[in-house]
Write a protein that binds this ligand. Structure first.
Ligand code: SF4
Length: 409
C-alpha cells in the first residue's frame, strides 16, 4: 500500500519508533523519511539471537548454565555456523553495505559473531525467563496507533514476576544518556507493554515461492511475498496488527485486557503493565579489546561496571577484555508517557500536513537520495509551464524519457 501521510499514526498506518528517529533525532531528516518510507534492511545478528532464544531446549540451557560452567553452553563455532546461514539467507544475491573498508567484511562478520556469542552466554545474568522473542505489537497512545517489534520481552533476574524489555543494537556509537532516556524506542516499546497487544512471530507461517525462491509469509487472510524472509514475516505481522487496531477502533475500546475482537485468537498477548526495566543492549561492548590501553570512564553504567564511585580519566584495560557492560539502562517510567504523547502529536502533525523538511548537513554525503533531493525544486510550477517544458524536451533527441518524468509543484 503506498504511504499516505494523512493517515500516518492511524490504525491503517502505524507509527514506529524508527519513524520517530527519522523525523526527530540525531541525524534525522524528515525528507529522507519520506523517501525511505518503504525501505528496510535485516540483520543476521538479530536472526541468530532470535533462533537461539526461540528454541525452548536451547534457551533453557542458556538461562540455566550460560557461561557458568567450564564447558561453555554455546561454543562460538555454533554461533558462527548459524550466523553465516542467516546471513546468506537474508542477503541472498543482494549487495551488503557495511560502511567500512570494502575488504573488511571478514572483520565485521567476526565482530558480529563475537557480539552474539557473548550476549547469549551472558544472558542468564539478566534474564530469568524469556516471554516473547521479537514479537510484533500494536498499541494505542493519545489517539494514535503505534506498531513495531520488540527484540525481547522477558522476566528479569532482579524482579522475576515483572516484565522487562531490551533492544539489541549492533552500531558502533553509544547514545548519550539523555538520548537513551528520551528515546523513541524506550517510549514506544514501554507504551506497547503497558497498553498494547503482542503477536508472537511464530503465528506467521513461512513458505517458499517455487518460481522465485522468495519467502511467502501468511497470517490470517494475509500473504506477503518478499526476497527477504524477515521482511515478508514483518510485513505480514504488521497487516495483522493493523487488523487488531481497526477491530479495537470499531469496538470503540482503547484499553488492553479482555478483547472479544481478538480475531487472531488466544495467542495475542496483552501484558497490561509498564516494564520494570528497559535496556538498550550495546552489542559492540561484547567485542573484546585487541590490544591493551587506557580509556576515560564517566558514563553511569560504566562507573558501576568498573566499580568506580566517580569518573576517572585513565582506566587500564587489557587485550581480550570485554569493552563495557553492554546492557545500558534506560530511565523511563509511566510518568514519561505524557511527554511521549506530546512529541508524537508534534511529529505526526508534521507528516499529516505533508511537510518534510530537509536537514542538509554532513549526513547528506551518505544519503541514498541525495541526487534527487539536492537537485529538487527545478519542477514546473504550473500546468502551462509543464506543457511548455514537455514540448521542449520531446523536441530534443533522446530526452523523451525526461519529458515523461516531468512533475509539477
Ligand atoms: S540528501 Fe540530505 S536533506 Fe536530502 S533527504 Fe538526504 S539527508 Fe535529507
Amino acid at each position: 500500500m503506498p504511504f499516505q501521510p494523512r493517515k500516518f499514526g492511524s490504525a491503517v498506518s502505524l507509527f514506529h519508533k524508527s519513524d520517530g528517529k527519522q523525523l526527530s533525532g540525531e541525524y534525522s531528516c524528515p525528507k529522507r523519511f519520506w523517501y525511505e518510507r518503504t525501505a528496510a534492511t535485516g540483520t543476521a545478528a538479530h536472526e541468530t539471537i532470535a533462533r537461539a532464544l526461540s528454541n525452548p531446549e536451547f534457551r533453557e540451557r542458556l538461562l540455566r548454565y550460560g557461561d557458568r560452567v567450564n564447558e561453555p553452553a554455546l561454543p562460538r563455532s555454533v554461533v558462527k555456523a548459524v550466523f553465516l546461514e542467516e546471513y546468506d539467507r537474508e542477503v541472498g544475491r543482494r549487495r551488503v553495505e557495511w560502511y567500512k573498508d570494502a575488504d573488511a567484511d571478514g572483520d565485521v562478520l567476526d565482530e558480529r559473531i563475537d557480539m552474539v556469542h557473548a550476549l547469549l552466554t551472558q544472558l542468564h545474568k539478566h534474564v530469568a525467563e524469556v516471554v516473547l522473542v521479537e514479537p510484533a505489537f500494536v498499541a494505542p497512545l493519545g489517539g494514535y496507533w503505534l506498531g513495531g517489534h520488540i527484540d525481547l520481552l522477558y522476566r528479569p533476574r532482579s524482579a522475576p514476576r515483572r516484565l522487562a524489555i531490551t533492544d539489541w543494537k549492533t552500531g558502533a556509537a553509544k547514545p548519550h544518556e539523555i538520548e537513551l532516556d528520551h528515546s523513541w524506542e524506550a517510549g514506544v516499546y514501554s507504551a506497547a507493554v503497558a497498553q498494547g497487544w503482542f503477536l508472537p512471530r511464530d503465528m506467521v507461517t513461512i513458505g517458499t515461492e517455487a518460481a522465485t525462491g522468495h519467502a511467502v509469509a501468511s497470517i490470517g487472510e494475509h500473504t506477503v511475498v518478499n526476497a527477504s524472509r524477515m521482511l515478508a514475516e514483518r510485513e505480514a505481522l504488521e497487516l495483522a496488527c493493523m487488523d487488531i487496531a481497526q477491530d479495537v477502533e470499531a469496538a470503540g475500546v482503547h484499553d488492553a485486557g479482555d478483547a472479544p475482537w481478538r480475531r487472531y485468537g488466544e495467542r495475542v498477548y496483552a501484558p497490561g503493565e509498564f516494564p520494570t526495566a528497559i535496556h538498550y543492549v550495546h552489542l559492540a561492548d561484547y567485542v573484546p579489546y585487541r590490544k591493551a590501553g587506557t580509556k576515560a570512564v564517566k558514563r553511569r553504567e560504566d562507573l558501576d561496571y568498573y566499580g568506580y564511585a566517580q569518573p576517572v580519566a585513565k582506566h587500564k584495560y587489557t587485550a581480550g577484555q570485554q569493552r563495557g557492560p553492554a546492557w545500558l539502562p534506560v530511565a523511563m517510567t509511566e510518568h514519561d508517557l505524557p511527554r511521549l504523547t506530546s512529541r508524537l502529536r508534534a511529529i505526526i502533525g508534521m507528516v499529516r500536513m505533508g511537510r518534510f523538511i530537509e536537514q542538509i548537513g554532513e549526513q547528506c554525503s551518505r544519503c541514498a537520495f541525495r541526487t534527487v533531493c539536492l537537485t529538487s525544486g527545478y519542477v514546473a510550477t504550473s500546468g502551462a509551464e509543464h506543457d511548455a517544458l514537455e514540448r521542449t524536451l520531446r523536441a530534443i533527441p533522446g530526452a523523451a524519457d525526461d519529458a515523461a518524468d516531468l512533475g509539477t509543484d
